[in-house]
Design a protein around this ligand. Structure first.
Ligand SMILES: CC(C)(COP(=O)(O)OP(=O)(O)OC[C@H]1O[C@@H](n2cnc3c(N)ncnc32)[C@H](O)[C@@H]1OP(=O)(O)O)[C@@H](O)C(=O)NCCC(=O)NCCS
Length: 207
């Protein structure tokens, strides 16, 4: 089976630029309306964002390398540690402001603040799961979720939670196939109008 040839490993600091590339590419439909003509700055912003999540947000990333490392073909962030939310929010805001200026930073911050999540100490939170386009439908997302759940279990968590947009059918199918169940929905007129995402579903799985 193809997926057995891919190995999941914890991300290191040197992986952060490649994770940022993967995330921007995988979520282009979300980032294009947020960054508009400033799209070329999105990778730099995302790289800094991922670094801040690692240093302040209690997040570890997992990655899969392609056949010619250091190319990464998959990544996911898993929050198992405690987050210094105030410092993280401040540092992300400063990153946006320095790269976009005050006006566009305010705009981007409003859109990127969705979905909203209230962390719980018994839950690991999965975010920005992405598989490179040409590696999809080979079971890599399942492999990444398994690894994220193992990390959550080893960290003493009882559940894993995540958000998915109501219009992301591949991801909805994936999570359903992997045993995640809907707990609640958040509606947003703002992301509905500008990103085409009217609803964010909060899914959870018992470990
Ligand atoms: C969603 C995503 C992570 C799926 O990755 P993937 O590696 O292709 O998924 P897998 O091959 O592990 O698929 C596992 C199951 O998910 C479902 N699935 C995945 N992609 C699907 C698609 N395009 N259409 C329908 N079902 C799909 C299927 O049930 C599949 O099982 P099957 O292949 O036995 O039918 C990938 O499409 C992606 O990176 N998308 C962009 C970023 C994104 O939306 N991330 C999710 C954020 S919440």
């Amino acid at each position: 089976m193809q997926e057995n040839t891919f190995v999941v490993r914890p991300a290191e600091q040197r992986d952060e630029p490649s994770i940022a590339d993967l995330v921007v590419e995988g979520f282009l439909d979300k980032f294009r309306p947020v960054f508009g003509k400033r799209m070329e700055r999105s990778t730099k912003i995302m790289e800094r964002w991922v670094r801040l999540e690692h240093s302040l947000g209690g997040v570890d990333s997992l990655v899969i390398e392609g056949v010619s490392p250091p190319e990464l073909v998959a990544s996911v962030g898993v929050r198992t540690g405690s987050s210094d939310d105030e410092a993280l929010a401040h540092a992300i805001w400063e990153t946006l402001r320095q790269n976009l200026g005050f006006f566009y930073a305010s705009w981007a911050a409003s859109l990127l603040s969705y979905p909203r999540y209230a962390a719980s100490s018994s839950e690991a939170y999965i975010e920005r799961l992405v598989i490179a386009g040409e590696y999809r439908r080979q079971g890599l997302a399942r492999t990444m979720l398994d690894a994220a759940e193992t990390l959550a279990r080893e960290s003493g968590k009882r559940t894993v939670g995540l958000h998915v947009s109501g219009s992301n059918l591949p991801a909805l199918k994936l999570y359903e196939a992997c045993g995640y169940e809907e707990v609640s929905r958040q509606r947003s007129l703002l992301t509905g109008y500008f990103l085409g995402i009217k609803e964010w579903l909060y899914l959870q799985k018992e470990l």
